[in-house]
Structure formats: C-alpha cells, structure tokens
Write a protein that binds this ligand. Structure first.
Ligand SMILES: Nc1ncnc2c1ncn2[C@@H]1O[C@H](COP(=O)(O)OP(=O)(O)OP(=O)(O)O)[C@@H](O)[C@H]1O
Ligand SMILES: [Mg+2]
Length: 375
C-alpha cells in the first residue's frame, strides 16, 4: 500500500524552506539506530539525551542518524558534509530505504516512502533515484556499454534500445571510443564516468552521490566536479551529494547540511555556513575557507553616494567578493550591484576588504539590503 502525504502536513523547519516549497524529499525527525532493540531508543528521552558515545556504552546501540529533518528542493544540489562516521552514508541510504529508518517520516514527491511496499520501492530505486558510489560498483566482466545499459536491462528494455541509449550516454560523459572496454581497462576517472553514465541513463529524478570522487586524483576530481556542475546547470538535475571535503561542498552545494555524530548541526547556503556558523564546531570547520570566494557582493554592498548610481562596473548580487575585488581593481572605482536593471547598492575596496578580514559587516544579505534601503 502506498500512502499519499498531504503536502502541507510536514512541519516547517525553523530557518529552513517553507513547507509548501517544491520539494523532492521531505524528511522529519528521522532516526537510524543500529544495534539490539534499536526501536526503543528514539522514543525514550532518557536515552536520546545521551551522547552517541554514552548511548553506545549504555545500550550497545549506535545512533548513526539522530532526529534529522530537512527538505531536498527540486533542482538543487543538496550536499551532506561531515567527518568520517558522522552518518552521511547512512542518512542518504535511508532515503531509498537501502537502510531502513528506525523512526521518523520520509516522503518523496509527497508520497510516503516508509509506507511503500516492495514493488513500489523497487520501482523507486530503478526509475526515480540513481546512486553513484565511491568505488564505482561496476560489473567487471561487462563492457562499458553493457555496464551503462544494466539499469535499463533491469527495467526490461529491449536490447537494441538500451544499447542505443547507453551509446548516447557514453558520448555524453566523455567516454567516446571506450564503449567496448571492460572496467579494468579504464582509469579511475573513466570508471567513475561509467558510474555516472549508468546512473544517468535511466533519466532519474534524483541522483544520489556517496563520496563519488574521493578516490580520484585532484585534477580528475576537478573534471568530474565540473561535470556535476554542468549536469546541474544544463539539466536541472536534483542531486544529493555526500562529501567530507569542504571545498567540494562549497563548490557544488546550493545548500549544505553539516553533520556531526548523526545530527545536522547546520543547514544553509555555503555563504551562510561560512559567514554565520551556527556554533564553534562549524566555525572551526570553516575557519580556513577563503571568505571572498564564498561571500557575495550582496553582503558587502553599501548605499550609493552622489554620482555613483550610473558609474562603475555592474555586478549581479550573487557575484562573489573575489569577483567584486577584480571589478573594483580593474575599474579603479566602486562597482555597482545590479539586479534586473535595478541598482541594489555599491561595493568599494573598503567594504570588500572588510569581508576578507571578516569584520564589521551586516549579519546577512537581507540585513545588507535593508541597510541600503534605510540609508
Ligand atoms: N550496519 C551497521 N551496524 C552498526 N553500526 C553501523 C552500521 N553502519 C554504520 N554504522 C555506524 O554508524 C555511524 C555512521 O556511519 P556512516 O557510514 O553513515 O558514516 P559516514 O559519515 O558515511 O562515514 P565515512 O565518511 O567514513 O563514509 C558510524 O559510527 C558507523 O560505525
Ligand atoms: Mg560514508
């Protein structure tokens, strides 16, 4: 049986997206506890108050995901970041119930995933959600083409059609001419391209990536990151992307959920995480990030002075401070922040330097905009 959740039912998360936003996954109060009698843990306040280590000592259970709530919005790259053992893989595997949640609610496109029967769940994993793994998970005795076509074969697609589709995908991920090779005849980066093609060929609504690039060397890794950005930009794919690498998270994520000991300690845009860390843990995590590459000019702008409204380079509000610095340095004058032909404010070298130094700016872009309006 499948139940349809009322889209308005889920509680909005404080500081998160509104409940009526166009969401793909809606996750509320999700727990995954491994160990004996795991079911009793989420509902027992005397146990949920314990730290992960205390809980393990007292009960022999590991709470890999602890009371986690978030939405994945349609078309976004949602990054799950955290150190090893923080619960990232467990969390992402619960989304398609490759790991059964212990408690909480979970829906996809408004449909209750926890209520799905086997058949419906299988359909979800075959057609709607594809996964890309760190160690590629390719079938060693099959060619590249047959590896890519595998998901279509499982769907029952006729041989010629699936080979045609797989061939088109080979070209798309930059593996031209390699379709007849076996995985052991490919480099790591090429193997991961096969993994990506195999996930894409079923045209899934969501792609889940579990640290897909961490085994690749830095240059190939950058290529693959560009590939993800391209898929996001050109095809508007919804993606959930796990990484323990902060720079990868900042580069790819529209929003980032930072996990620690099974909990989400902060969920926000890269700019929010770097610029307004929720606590000392997050602050420590992002301490070495070059702020000018993450913070936007919308955060650094001030009201225009006389005569500034029509002069100087024009930047969109989501331009980074690094781009602002370049514009100001080149033009030798303050730059304007412009959206839809409307002047939002001005950035000058003092404001831009203040961002780099991390001092004396409004707390949020909204606050910065308000300051400009009031001036
Ligand atoms: N099947 C299992 N049985 C018991 N404990 C488990 C199981 N799977 C995971 N865990 C524990 O749950 C916690 C979270 O594991 P998980 O694999 O989700 O972490 P992760 O953030 O993906 O780490 P990594 O970056 O190393 O992949 C860890 O403490 C792990 O030991
Ligand atoms: Mg993992």
């Amino acid at each position: 049986m499948t139940a349809i959740l009322d889209k308005a039912t889920p509680e909005p998360i404080p500081g998160g997206v509104p409940a009526d936003a166009d969401t793909v996954f809606t996750v509320r109060n999700l727990w995954k506890v491994f160990g004996p009698k795991a079911d009793r843990i989420p509902g027992d306040a005397s146990l949920t108050d314990l730290s992960t280590a205390e809980l393990r000592e007292r009960t022999g259970c590991t709470a890999a995901v602890r009371d986690v709530s978030f939405d994945v919005r349609k078309g976004e790259v949602f990054v799950v970041m955290g150190l090893s053992g923080s619960g990232k893989s467990t969390l992402v595997r619960t989304l398609t119930r490759l790991i059964e949640p212990t408690s909480g609610t979970l829906s996809m496109d408004g449909e209750d995933v926890r209520a799905m029967d086997k058949k419906r769940l299988l359909a979800l994993r075959r057609n709607r959600v594809s996964m890309v793994f760190q160690h590629f998970g390719l079938l060693p005795h099959r060619t590249v083409l047959d590896n890519i076509a595998y998901g279509l074969e499982i769907q029952g697609m006729a041989k010629q059609e699936r080979r045609d589709r797989a061939a088109a995908m080979v070209a798309k991920v930059g593996l031209d001419g390699l379709g007849e090779r076996r995985p052991d005849q490919l480099s790591g980066g090429q193997q991961q391209r096969v993994g990506l093609a195999r996930a894409l060929v079923v045209d899934p609504e969501v792609l889940l990536f579990d640290e897909p690039f961490s085994a690749l060397d830095p240059l190939i890794r950058r290529d693959m990151q560009e590939e993800v950005i391209r898929l996001h930009r050109d095809e508007g794919r919804t993606m959930v992307f796990i990484t323990h690498d902060l720079s990868e998270a900042l580069k790819l994520g529209d929003r980032i959920a930072l996990m620690r000991d099974g909990e989400i300690v902060q969920l926000g845009t890269p700019e929010e995480i770097v610029d307004s860390p929720a606590n000392d843990y997050v602050r420590d995590f992002v301490r070495d990030v070059p702020r000018e590459q993450v913070v936007t000019v919308a955060r650094a702008m001030r009201p225009p002075h006389d005569g500034e409204a029509d002069t100087g380079a024009a930047l969109p509000p989501d331009a980074t401070v690094a781009q602002g610095i370049e514009a100001v340095a080149r033009g030798g004058a303050p730059a304007r922040v412009v959206s839809d032909g409307k002047l939002l404010g001005v950035v000058d070298h003092e404001r831009l330097l203040a961002v780099v130094a991390g001092i004396g700016l409004p707390a949020t872009p909204e606050q910065a905009a308000e300051d400009v309006v009031q001036a």
